[in-house]
Design a protein around this ligand. Structure first.
Ligand SMILES: NC(=O)CC[C@H](N)C(=O)O
Length: 304
């Protein structure tokens, strides 16, 4: 028998706080490095009924790479399958910020969820517009999905990343060298850092993820075909070189970010967000991954 969800969320949260090993926050973005690791929040937004939360579920955090899901939806909405000429749909088997593969594969990133692929997606969303117009579109989309007009970009986090963004700058320049960037590396990177610096709580993120659940009555921001495809990419590529292990342990489409957030989707059933800022060796939330494994096992939510 499946357990009662609110008490399961409380139990998962108690288990997280009983642990000693929280992992380490991202150290290459100074504004994120100083966040206390021992924090944990979880939220489940079911297809029908109210959102349920436990732990630090209303504390805002930097969603970082989780925004790649939203920018992908927007890029596909603006230019459809044209995007796939510039970026692939295969797992990379490499770290999110790997440079080597991009050179080997002549500037066409493996997928839209590694940094190189997300920089291309951002460039596509930017089109020939001013960065602030593209950012306004991204923030509007996220606010509409979450139903919260207060969601915003933390400029300090964006500036902190820009000041230390040598690897991303290298990736953007590689892309430009292979003719796979339409805007200057500086403009595209500035836009990319700012959308990565969107801040919201686990509760808001779970609500924002409902557009990928595909159930009657939920906000319909993109077509069903696109929902299915974005979920497929989240399943295969959402955790970088940890994607196989995540599918094995959790078994649902999900996207992580170095701010410690993970957005996960149980198709037709619920959107889930967890946040715990300490990361595992793949750069994915350590306690967050563990919590999702507990939740999907107890609820029998694995799609397999
Ligand atoms: N995995 C992540 O969340 C990485 C996002 C971060 N902004 C970066 O570009 O490095």
């Amino acid at each position: 028998m499946r357990p009662d969800l609110p008490s399961l969320l409380r139990r998962i949260t108690d288990d997280a706080f009983a642990e000693n090993d929280w992992g380490a926050p991202a150290d290459y973005i100074p504004e994120l490095a100083r966040i206390k690791p021992a924090q944990f929040g979880i939220a489940v937004a079911p297809a029908t009924g109210d959102v349920m939360t436990a732990g630090d579920a209303t504390t805002p955090f930097s969603v970082q790479s989780v925004t790649k899901v939203f920018t992908l939806a927007i890029a596909l909405g603006r230019s459809g399958d044209q995007l796939w000429k510039r970026v692939g749909r295969e797992p990379s088997g490499r770290a999110f910020n790997s440079i080597m593969q991009l050179e080997q594969e002549q500037g066409r990133p493996r997928n839209p969820f590694i940094n190189a692929g997300a920089i291309v997606t951002t460039d596509q969303v930017l089109d020939q517009r001013e960065p602030k117009e593209a950012l306004a579109e991204i923030v509007r989309f996220v606010r509409a999905a979450a139903g919260n007009e207060d969601i915003h970009i933390n400029d300090r986090v964006a500036a902190s990343e820009a000041a230390h963004g040598h690897r991303n700058a290298a990736l953007a320049h590689f892309l430009a060298a292979y003719g796979n960037l339409r805007n200057t590396p500086e403009r595209t990177l500035g836009t990319y850092y700012h959308h990565c610096a969107i801040e919201m709580s686990a509760r808001d993120l779970a609500l924002a993820g409902r557009f990928l659940v595909d159930a009657p009555g939920l906000p319909r921001l993109i077509s069903r075909t696109r929902i299915r495809r974005i979920n497929a990419l989240m399943m295969t590529c959402g955790h970088y070189d940890g994607s196989g292990d995540f599918a094995y342990r959790v078994g649902i489409p999900a996207k992580s970010g170095v701010g410690g957030g993970i957005l996960a989707v149980v198709p037709g059933i619920a959107s889930i967000a967890v946040w715990s800022p300490g990361l595992n060796r793949y750069g994915n939330s350590l306690r967050g991954t563990h919590a999702l494994a507990q939740l999907s096992t107890a609820m029998e939510w694995s799609v397999f």
